[in-house]
Design a binder for this molecule. Structure first.
Ligand code: SF4
Ligand code: SF4
Length: 173
């Protein structure tokens, strides 16, 4: 039992002391929107699409647990000089993500084998109508500019497999 617990008004004095302590501590309020918040580089804001890397493999759309990625494409025939026959290539027509359904799990980014999807810390995309949260590839492409650069390599880390193989080949030559 506290020695002051029997003194009348002790609880109030204690409470006032806590209030006074809180009043004199500097505030940590961020003055958004006048000042932009400093977000951690790995913040999950929105998903950006680097369209030229997308091969329309559909892996992201198939693995998305919310089925909120919509992809349309068509086949294009490409003549390759020297090749015996023309090649077929997928041309992306539509790539959209419905952010009203997305749960920001990041599975689509993880599974993309061609590094076409990235997290962007962009967060100012609120809409008055929930239907406007369906964003097409043009918007997803604009968000690529806000994707932070990857962290620098650890100078003491193991070299990448490709780098080690290239070095080995150069040494052998
Ligand atoms: S983050 Fe998850 S829920 Fe959102 S689009 Fe990607 S896979 Fe789907
Ligand atoms: S997984 Fe990557 S390459 Fe495949 S469709 Fe999705 S974004 Fe395009």
């Amino acid at each position: 039992m506290s020695p002051m617990s029997g003194v009348p008004g002790a609880g109030m004095v204690k409470g006032l002391a806590v209030t006074l302590g809180a009043l004199t501590r500097p505030a940590h309020t961020q003055q958004y929107p006048d000042t932009q918040p400093e977000l951690p580089p790995r913040s999950r804001g929105v998903i950006a699409l680097l369209e030229e890397n997308c091969t329309v493999c559909m892996l992201c759309a198939r693995e998305c647990p919310d089925w909120c990625i919509y992809i349309d494409s068509h086949k294009e025939t490409v003549e390759v000089p020297g090749a015996s026959r023309p090649r077929q290539r997928n041309q992306l027509d539509r790539f959209a993500i419905d952010f009203s359904l997305c749960m920001y799990c990041g599975i689509c980014i993880e599974v993309c084998p061609f590094d076409a999807l990235y997290w962007s810390p962009e967060f100012e995309y609120a809409e008055h109508d929930i239907r406007n949260l369906l964003h097409e590839k043009e918007t997803l492409g604009e968000w690529v500019a806000t994707v932070p650069p990857p962290p620098a390599h650890d100078p003491n880390g193991e070299p990448a497999k490709e780098e080690a193989a290239a070095r080995k080949a150069a040494d052998a030559a």
